[in-house]
Ligand binder design. Structure first.
Ligand code: FES
Length: 561
């Protein structure tokens, strides 16, 4: 069994890679094509000049091979995936991708035959004037629909590929803007060029005759075979779709004869289904809430389940599944629901909340704990005990909540995450996913922003406070154990270890120095800040044999980063 599964696993990994590479090749082609269209907003001549570069890149033998190989591989893999899907109960974004993937070949056929087909089989020289005129006097909605569907399909694919990368979230608004702008500019470029061509044809018939002569476009009567070829391509694709549907029907009948499999979920929920679908597809078919941030693509690990009974009836994890499970430190009883196909009864427990989003994935990937180089920040409100004396509890809670809000938003705006509020103190982590260099800079920026937020808060609460609130912040960088710790709802991502203890000690040291910020030299070096912006001191830290060099900033709101 294992070797067979190993071969299937590596086949699946190869198919995933081939889908990605072919998809990215097609996406690059479409992006450059739309950029070329958008030059129509400048002029038809600019568009034609861009076409020379476009064709030079994509119509040399290598470019031609790349684009047609990508098109064939992507189409074949998508048809295979359609066959493989046991459940067509999909989320909206998956429906959009599958539906656009089916519609594109129908719309693409005429465009392909009218451009590359004419070039290859009738010797027509490619010119925007010719194509734009044909579309303008032919079927503009079809071509606009083609642009929209191709672009939507590609963007969904790229989105699923990138969405879990740590740098994706900050870039998201920019990428979204580019994704909306490019097809709009492309379509407007086409419209502008189409109007220019029509105007030129009306004012200068010789120009149009020259275009026809130079491109070698055959008379309309000779174009009939090309229109038929586009029809045949559509029928051919329809036939392939029919084959996939028929194959799905045959397989479903065979699987039904093999008997039912019972899946037991927590809370005495039981479903019965024929063998074949993945566990995630089964959950979806029976509306069992189940996390699946990557949509069942085996990348995010959020669909993971603990197998409480029946583990030995499952095939061992494929290479790709094993890699994802290892990344999150999952024990052997944990499997990815989107990768296992139950053939016998199973008892399973989904491990993540069904509504987890992409931003929660990074945090949950530390469920089993991992050692990381991170940056830890501690902040403490100075003299709050004296401040609270003689006040109504309501006043204290009000002031503290204002303070926590100001500190929390300072941490999050800089890119960190609040670990916990302890009394009137705050612990925050930076660089958990991005690494310590980014984390150090973020932590120092957060410290400065927290100082400024406190100044604003003191100003706003001047009539309520007897004395301004004061803060002490300590920051240290180093190795720490990062993981999901706690119990029940109190479980959250946190860090433990010497780095955390030292950061806490540095926060305490702010009192000794009568300053607001103390950070270790490791933080200063990682962040690359100028030595002019702080003063250096040596301190002894309990439990460490040697002294630690630290940087001191007396007024953190004025810290020059
Ligand atoms: S849904 Fe993402 S790995 Fe299964």
């Amino acid at each position: 069994m294992a070797p067979l599964h190993g071969a299937r696993g590596s086949g699946a990994a190869l198919a995933t890679r081939a889908r990605l590479v072919s998809g990215l090749t097609l996406f690059a082609f479409v992006t450059t094509h739309l950029l070329n269209h958008s030059l129509g907003l400048i002029s038809l001549d600019a568009m034609e000049a861009g076409l020379v570069w476009f064709l030079g890149f994509w119509r040399n033998p290598l470019g031609t091979f790349a684009i047609y190989a990508a098109l064939s591989v992507h189409l074949a893999l998508n048809l295979h995936k359609l066959y493989e899907r046991r459940s067509l109960t999909l989320g909206a974004i998956d429906v959009a991708q599958v539906a656009s993937g089916i519609a594109i070949p129908f719309l693409l056929a005429a465009h392909l035959v009218g451009t590359r087909g004419l070039q290859e089989f009738a010797g027509v020289e490619p010119r925007y004037a010719l194509t734009v005129n044909a579309i303008w006097n032919g079927n503009v909605p079809d071509q606009a629909g083609l642009i929209a569907l191709v672009w939507l399909h590609g963007c969904i694919g790229v989105y699923f590929w990138l969405r879990l990368r740590p740098w994706f979230t900050p870039l998201r608004p920019w990428l979204f803007a580019a994704a909306v702008l490019l097809p709009v500019l492309g379509f407007l470029g086409f419209l502008a060029a189409a109007r220019e061509v029509q105007a030129l044809r009306a004012s200068d018939p010789d120009w149009w005759r020259q275009v026809l002569r130079e491109t070698g476009l055959p008379p309309t009567s000779e174009l009939e075979p090309f229109a038929r070829a586009a029809e045949y391509i559509r029928y051919g694709f329809l036939g392939l779709l029919g084959l996939v549907v028929a194959a799905r029907g045959v397989r479903a009948a065979l699987e039904r004869r093999a008997g039912l499999v019972r899946i037991s979920y927590p809370g005495n929920r039981r479903v019965e289904v024929g063998p074949g679908p993945t566990l995630l597809e089964i959950s979806r078919r029976f509306s069992v809430p189940h996390a699946s941030v990557c949509g069942g693509r085996g990348r995010c690990s959020t669909c993971r389940v603990r197998i409480d009974a029946g583990l030995d009836t499952l095939l061992p994890p494929s290479e790709a599944e094993a890699r994802v499970l290892a990344r999150v430190g999952a024990p052997p009883v944990v499997r990815l629901a989107c990768q296992i196909r139950p053939t016998r009864d199973l008892d399973v427990t989904p491990l993540l909340a069904p509504d987890i989003g992409a931003s929660g994935v990074a945090a949950r990937n530390f469920e089993a704990g991992a050692e990381r180089e991170i940056v830890v920040l501690f902040a403490d409100l100075r003299g709050f005990t004296a401040l609270a004396e003689g006040r109504l509890p309501y006043d204290i809670v009000f002031v503290l909540n204002q303070y926590f809000r100001a500190m929390g938003s300072g941490v999050e705006a800089a890119g960190g995450q609040v670990d916990k509020f302890i009394g009137d103190g705050v612990m925050a982590l930076f660089g958990v996913m991005e690494g310590p260099a980014v984390g150090a800079r973020q932590a120092l920026q957060a410290a400065r922003d927290m100082g400024r937020a406190l100044d604003r808060l003191n100003h706003e609460l001047a009539s309520v406070l007897r004395a301004p609130l004061q803060i002490g912040i300590g920051i240290h960088a180093g190795a720490a154990i990062v993981g999901e710790m706690g119990y029940g709802h109190a479980t959250h991502l946190t860090a433990i270890g010497d780095t955390v203890n030292v950061a806490s000690r540095l926060e305490g040291a702010t009192k000794e120095f009568a300053g607001e910020l103390v950070f270790s030299l490791a933080v200063a070096r990682l962040a690359g800040i100028s030595e002019q912006s702080y003063t250096r001191h040596e301190i002894m830290v309990r439990g460490r044999g040697e002294s630690l060099t630290v940087g001191l900033v007396r007024k953190v709101a004025e810290f020059a980063l």
